[in-house]
Design a protein around this ligand. Structure first.
Ligand SMILES: Nc1nc2c(ncn2[C@@H]2O[C@H](COP(=O)(O)OP(=O)(O)OP(=O)(O)O)[C@@H](O)[C@H]2O)c(=O)[nH]1
Ligand SMILES: [Mg+2]
Length: 687
């Protein structure tokens, strides 16, 4: 099939809090665009987008799934992302490569914590968004309240483009404010037929008022519309669409659609919105690339005739072989071509290229700027690597990866499991940059570190299912940080003969504790006159040393390490000598600077029936939790609190018990804070 013109492509993602209906919407999109012949339902465990066995059983999305479909002569590459915070890397990598997103909100729950997080992530990459307020069929659906929360909690400017016909169980269709028409979705073919009718007399007043707000928003992006708005002249739907599109692409406004995905209402107008308001790859801002040979910075617009530049944003192990998802930013790529991996500095060959339809693939011979494709054959490529032509190396920013917070020890059950474990974990790590694997030096156990309990549970289950490797797991442990409480200065001399040659390194270090959540800083005094390579070497050695901790093996943070002096002895000062002096000097000084332990503190939002509030508050207090606010909505209370992660293991079970199964909570990392005396004692720190 002939590839579409660039302006007819949309690379978009669906993002939201857990359970807002992303997968339900995606399944409808596949059905209405003719990609599938039946609608999969999350509660039946038969969706195309949640193809992994664990996703179907748990009823949640775990991994971002990419698919391609066609609508109104446009090609849409669509990525359905998970809402659970443990899988946030999936959202991060998707937003990194997408040109636009659909943010979904539940009309009942409004803007939930994870919606705030994904909205922030999208803002970071300046991804234009349109919104869907979903679940209008549910009791308690409240559009105005959700819009208000979008304004207040997301500091965004929503522009409502539709009105509902009825709400809750009377929700029966929509009013299109641009065209001033009624939209109905036929019940006979699962909403497949969309009918448009003129507006009845009795609706005209409320439509006029609501449409005026749309014209007002559009006027901010179009001077002619502003004039017409001020003079009270009519403005056509087409003119409004052009202005709203401009505003959306500039992230100045966020068009809002309405619907109930489960009841098959509202999805086709949303698809129209994707085409009308979200940018094509050509309209997305150019990316910045650097030529590693001379450091020159260039801007790469989306151009098939430009130099080849692609980002590997996802690597899957598919029956033991690597399948690499690529976002093509510039140039063309043909199957069989040899590429240069500018991140890892090596060459790799693309065997085959595919267009992905969820878990099925369509083979293609060539891809070009603007496309999202998958490739086989790229043996050494990992998530976040940049690919280009060997004769035109280009580097682009990789992925920013969140720090995992929870670890567990795993023990292979049988001998054969022991043999298979390292290989299986390596493959899981290809896929998941937030999974870390290391061996505990003292116990010899394999330690997995991940984003949270659920993340690690999923990993262990995948070991068993996909890699037939059974393991026993220990209790989850928090990943702490170490910090210093006193400043310290230290002079270190290293001098030793190694293999017949004298190595010397001599320097003075200053360690200075910083305020909480400042991270790690390494500075070299400007007066130090050493070659650039030694500069880098010193910084790397010190960073490595700080990473290893002082007392409990956790990375040091909130610290500035300053090298104030480096004494050079001509002919004997060597790299080996300098490295040894830096690392030994740091370690001795840090031990004298009264190290302490910091623990991760999480931001929680609990939604519970009011009758359980007393019990839940009591238990939060026992967990050293700080309640920061509570709002009531009918019989439901929403509590916001901060609690140390250490106290939160197994909390889901506890909360279910305390609320007769009706309470839920979400949490995400907030900050690091001083660990309590018992924890300090456990790790041998003085309180
Ligand atoms: N009543 C009602 N339920 C809905 C609607 N849309 C989705 N649901 C239900 O909400 C639940 C969650 O839907 P999903 O589509 O899995 O939500 P999601 O956003 O993909 O969730 P995660 O991927 O786990 O973050 C399912 O039980 C759906 O059937 C809707 O419009 N109305
Ligand atoms: Mg989902």
């Amino acid at each position: 099939m002939k590839p579409p013109a660039l302006k007819s492509i949309r690379n978009i993602g669906i993002i939201s809090h857990i359970d807002a209906g992303k997968t339900t919407v995606s399944e409808r999109i596949l059905f209405y665009t003719g990609e599938t012949h039946r609608i999969g339902e999350v509660h039946d465990g038969n969706t195309v987008m949640d193809w992994m066995a664990q996703e179907q059983e748990r009823g949640i999305t775990i991994t971002a799934t990419s698919t391609a479909c066609r609508w109104r002569d446009h090609w849409i590459n669509l990525i359905d992302t998970p809402g659970h915070i443990d899988f946030t890397i999936e959202v991060e990598r998707s937003l990194r490569v997408l040109d636009g997103a659909v943010a979904i909100f539940s009309a009942v729950e409004g803007v939930q914590p994870q919606s705030e997080s994904v909205w922030r992530q999208a803002g970071h990459y300046r991804v234009p968004r349109i919104c869907l307020i979903n679940k209008l069929d549910r009791i308690g659906a409240d559009i105005e309240n959700t819009l208000q929360q979008i304004r207040a909690r997301l500091s965004a400017r929503p522009v409502l483009l539709q009105l509902p016909l009825g709400v809750e169980h009377e929700f029966s269709g929509l009013i299109d404010l641009l065209e001033e028409e009624i939209i109905l979705f036929s019940e006979d073919d699962l909403g497949g037929t969309v009918e448009r009718h003129p507006l009845p007399e009795e609706e005209q007043e409320r439509v006029r008022a609501a449409r005026e707000r749309v014209v007002e928003a559009a006027a901010d992006f179009d001077d002619d519309i502003m004039t017409d708005f001020l003079e009270g002249n009519p403005v056509t739907a087409d003119r409004l669409r052009v202005a709203l599109r401009r505003g959306t692409i500039a992230c100045g406004i966020f068009p809002v659609f309405l619907g109930s995905a489960l009841r098959n209402k509202g999805v086709q107008p949303l698809l129209d919105g994707v085409i009308d308001f979200l940018p094509s790859p050509k309209e997305a801002p150019p990316i910045e690339a650097r030529d590693p040979r001379d450091g020159t910075l260039i801007e790469l617009p989306c151009d098939p005739e430009g130099p080849l530049c692609a980002l590997a944003f996802k690597v899957l192990s598919d029956e033991g072989r690597k399948l690499t998802y690529l976002r093509m930013y510039s140039g063309r790529l043909t199957a069989g071509e040899t590429l240069y991996n500018s991140t890892r500095e090596g060459e790799d060959r693309v065997a085959r290229l595919f267009l992905m339809h969820a878990h099925k693939r369509e083979r293609i011979e060539q891809s070009r700027a603007g496309d999202i494709v998958a490739a086989t054959g790229l043996k050494d490529v990992l998530t976040g690597d940049a690919l280009c032509r060997p004769d035109r190396p280009l580097r682009i920013a990789g992925l920013s990866c969140p720090e995992p917070m929870v670890s567990i020890a795993v023990e292979p059950r049988a001998l054969e499991d022991r043999e298979k474990l390292p290989g299986a974990l390596e493959k899981l790590q290809w896929e998941d940059p937030t999974l870390r694997v290391r061996e505990d030096a003292e116990t010899g156990q394999t330690i997995l570190t991940g984003m949270g309990e659920l993340h690690l549970e999923v990993v262990v289950e995948r070991l068993a299912r996909d890699f037939h490797t059974q393991v026993q797991t220990g209790r989850p442990q928090v990943v702490y940080r170490e910090a210093l409480t006193r400043p310290r200065e230290h002079h270190e001399v290293f001098e030793r003969e190694i293999e017949g040659r004298l190595h010397h390194g001599e320097l003075t270090l200053q360690l200075e504790p910083l305020t909480r959540n400042s991270g790690l800083k390494i500075e070299l005094a400007p007066a130090i006159d050493i070659p650039e390579e030694w500069h880098i070497l010193l910084e790397e050695s010190l960073r490595q040393a700080a990473q290893g901790g002082v007392r409990a093996g956790y990375p040091l943070t909130d610290l500035c390490i300053r090298v104030t002096e480096v004494q050079i002895k001509q002919g004997v000062t060597t790299e080996i000598g300098l490295r040894a002096a830096a690392q030994r000097g740091f370690s001795l000084a840090a031990r004298e600077a009264q190290p302490t332990l910091l623990e991760p503190v999480m931001a929680l939002e609990l939604t519970i029936p009011s009758e359980s509030t007393g019990r839940v508050m009591g238990s939060l207090q026992q967990k050293r939790g700080q309640v920061e606010g509570m709002t009531s909505r009918g019989e439901i209370d929403v509590i916001r609190a901060r609690v140390a992660l250490e106290e939160m293991f197994g909390y889901m079970t506890e909360l279910r018990g305390a609320t007769k199964g009706r309470g839920t909570y979400t949490m995400e990392f907030s900050h690091f804070d001083q660990a309590p005396p018992e924890t300090l004692k456990r790790f041998g720190f003085t309180a």
